[in-house]
Design a protein around this ligand. Structure first.
Ligand code: NDP
Length: 246
């Protein structure tokens, strides 16, 4: 199914986990993909080789989402390399966690820079180049709506900001036929949140399905929103969380 044939996508944090699954599924549906990473150069290159083997064009860029100049640079590089931009996936993320009294100001600033400011700046830069049919999809978290245990204030704050940002972007860009949506993953088995970690059983209990999701589960909804199926969905947050929010 090459429903995204001819589309150009950016996926931030595409070297591992959910982002890597999104890159691969976008490519399977026909898109050319630019991905970013900060450390995992070899993994990033391996993902690019995989999508090139599918016949797609790919580009891996080392770019720290905490740095707004690098965020804008990724959009410019995508335009330089592939001539256009149709789909922006804001996925790069970190997981600050721990007692409230231990959270340092630098950690607050870095988290907000990666999870919030980078999304704003990337959307602003991408919107300059997108035409009708453009898609902006951000990865939030089930913890944006519900915080069932302590130690998560900073992370929950940073992800809930995307709810307002997504609605604002939908209003700002709707006239031009560009949609903006948010996908809230639940516990998803990645390096960030391994399904065999000490806290995993508690996370499973918060879901109604009783198990972790896979990166592919999240990517499937992202790809749906990125394609024709998403044309009348905007300003929305969709949970792919096994019933975490129920
Ligand atoms: P991983 O830790 O497995 O992967 C994170 C990815 O983001 C990597 O590609 C990493 O690059 C990249 N990244 C991290 N920091 C930066 C940065 N400063 N600039 C650019 N890229 C960066 O995480 P997941 O796949 O689990 O998470 C993906 C998204 O999903 C995140 O936004 C996360 O908050 C969200 N999420 C995850 C859940 C889960 O249970 N796993 C649940 C809810 C939301 P590199 O490989 O180079 O380090």
């Amino acid at each position: 199914n090459l429903s995204l044939s001819g589309k150009v996508a950016i996926v931030t944090g595409g070297s591992r986990g959910i982002g890597a699954a999104i890159v691969k599924q976008l490519a399977q549906h026909g898109a050319d993909v630019v991905l970013t990473y900060v450390n995992a150069a070899e993994k990033a290159d391996a993902i690019i080789s995989e999508i090139e083997a599918m016949g797609r064009r790919g580009l891996a860029i080392k770019a720290d989402s905490a740095n707004p100049k690098e965020v804008v640079g990724v959009v410019e590089s995508a335009i330089d390399a592939f001539g256009k931009l149709d789909i922006l996936i804001n996925n790069a993320g970190i997981f600050p966690y721990g007692p409230l009294e231990d959270v340092r100001l630098e950690e607050v600033d870095r988290t907000l820079a990666i999870h919030v400011r980078a999304v704003f700046v990337a959307a602003q830069a991408a919107a300059r180049h997108m035409s009708s049919g453009g898609r902006i999809i951000s990865i939030g978290s089930c913890l944006a709506e519900r915080v069932p245990s302590p130690g998560l204030s900073l992370y929950a704050m940073s992800k809930s900001a995307l709810i307002g940002l997504t609605k604002g972007l939908a209003r700002d860009l709707g006239e031009r036929g560009i949609t903006a949506n948010l996908v809230h993953p639940g516990p998803t088995d990645t390096d960030m949140n391994p399904a065999n970690s000490p806290g995993a059983d508690e996370e499973r209990r918060h879901t109604v399905l009783g198990h972790y999701g896979s990166s592919e589960d999240i990517a499937a909804t992202v790809v749906h929103l990125a394609g024709e199926g998403g044309r009348y969905i905007t300003g929305e947050a969709i949970a792919v969380d096994g019933g975490y929010g129920v």
